[in-house]
Design a protein around this ligand. Structure first.
Ligand code: DGY
Length: 325
C-alpha cells in the first residue's frame, strides 16, 4: 500500500550484487543500485547516498566524512561487501552512530585457497613457465630450467595470524613444511603447532613470508627496505591482504637487487596497478588483480551477508556480522 511504501527504508547499492542479495534487500527496502560493472564515481556516490537509510558499498568506495555528511543523519548502517574495512572512516561512522557491517568468515576459505595458489604460482614459476611453453622457449626437458624453491622442508612465516592466516597454515600442512612461524595480535603461542615469534625473527628465519594482516596505521608499509633486508635472499613474499602494508618501491628494489627471491601479490598500490608498473616487468613477481575471495560461492555469500547486515540493522536487530569498534 501507499502507506507501507512510505515506511520502507531506503538503501543505496554501489554495484550489481547479484539476484539473491538484491531480492533480499528489495523485500525490505527501496533499493537504488549503481548497476554497472565499473565503480560508481565519487560524484554519483555522493548524490545518490543523500537521504538514504543504508549504504551497501564495496572496497572500491572510500566512505569518509564527506560521504557521511552528504548522506545525512538518517543513515543507520554502512555495510561493506568485504572483510577489510580500511576504506571506511571508522571514527566518522562511530561519531554518527552508524552501524557497520562487514563479511568475515565467509571469505576465509576462498582467500586461503588463493593464497596457496599464488604462493605456488610464484615459487614454482607457473606463469613464466606457461609463457615459455607457448612461445617457443621450451626446447627440451632441462635439469635446472624454471626451478624454484620448494615448500617441502621450508620454514613459513605468516604475518597476521588471524582467520585467513590460520586457514592458510592448515592448508600448508599437506605440503611438508618444516616449521610454521607467525606474528599475531592475540598473543597466543602454539596455535596450529606454530611458533609465535617477534617479527624480526620471522623475517630472518622464513623461506616464505605470507602477509594476511589487516591494513591499519600500525601495519601500513611494514614491508619496507628495512624489513625486506631482514628476509633471506631465497625468500618468497606473498601478499593477499592489502597493498598498503607494502612500500611498493622498496619491494621493487628488493626484487631487482635479489634482496629476496620473488613475490606474489594479489593486492597492490594503487588498484588497478598501472600497466607501466615496474612490477609487471619483473619475472620474479606474480601480480593478480585482487581475486582472493573470488570463488563463485564466496562472492555470492559475501553479497548476501552484506544484504542481511543491512536488513538487520534497519530493523534494529542483531546484525549477522557487525563490526564493533
Ligand atoms: C576483502 O573482503 O576485504 C577482500 O579484499 C575482498 O574480498
Amino acid at each position: 500500500s501507499f502507506l507501507s511504501n512510505m515506511a520502507r527504508p531506503t538503501v543505496y547499492v554501489t554495484r550489481d550484487i547479484g539476484p539473491e542479495a538484491t531480492d533480499l534487500l528489495k523485500n525490505h527496502c527501496d533499493v537504488t543500485i549503481w548497476a554497472h560493472s565499473e565503480p560508481v564515481s565519487r560524484a554519483d556516490l555522493i548524490s545518490n547516498v543523500q537521504g538514504k537509510d543504508a549504504l551497501f558499498c564495496l572496497l572500491t568506495e572510500k566512505i569518509d566524512k564527506e560521504v557521511l555528511n552528504r548522506a545525512g543523519s538518517q543513515l543507520k548502517v554502512v555495510a561493506t561487501m568485504s572483510v577489510g574495512f580500511d576504506h571506511l572512516d571508522l571514527n566518522e561512522l562511530k561519531a554518527r552512530n552508524v552501524r557497520i557491517g562487514y563479511t568475515p568468515d565467509v571469505l576465509t576459505p576462498a582467500t586461503a585457497e588463493l593464497t596457496i595458489a599464488l604462493l605456488l604460482a610464484t615459487s614454482r614459476r607457473l606463469l613464466e613457465a606457461s609463457e615459455e611453453a607457448r612461445t617457443g622457449g621450451w626446447k627440451a626437458w632441462s635439469p635446472f630450467w624454471l626451478c624454484g624453491p620448494s615448500l617441502n622442508g621450508a620454514t613459513v612465516g605468516v604475518v597476521g595470524f588471524g582467520r585467513i592466516g590460520q586457514e592458510v597454515a592448515k592448508r600448508l600442512n599437506g605440503f611438508g613444511i618444516q616449521k610454521l612461524l607467525y606474528t599475531n595480535q592475540s598473543g597466543k603461542d602454539n596455535i596450529l603447532g606454530g611458533h609465535r615469534v617477534p617479527l624480526d625473527e620471522l623475517l630472518s628465519a622464513s623461506d616464505f613470508v605470507i602477509s594476511t594482516c589487516a591494513l591499519t596505521p600500525e601495519t601500513k608499509e611494514m614491508f619496507n627496505d628495512e624489513t625486506f633486508k631482514k628476509m633471506k635472499s631465497n625468500a618468497v613474499f606473498i601478499n593477499t591482504s592489502r597493498g598498503g602494508v607494502v612500500d611498493q618501491d622498496a619491494l621493487i628494489r628488493a626484487l631487482k637487487n635479489g634482496t629476496i627471491w620473488g613475490a606474489g601479490l594479489d593486492v597492490t598500490t594503487p588498484e588497478p596497478l598501472p600497466l607501466d608498473s615496474e612490477l609487471f616487468k619483473l619475472k620474479n613477481c606474480v601480480v593478480l588483480p585482487h581475486i582472493g575471495s573470488a570463488s563463485i560461492e564466496t562472492r555470492n555469500a559475501m553479497a548476501v551477508l552484506t544484504a542481511r547486515n543491512i536488513v538487520s540493522a534497519l530493523k534494529g536487530e542483531t546484525m549477522p556480522s557487525e563490526l564493533l569498534i
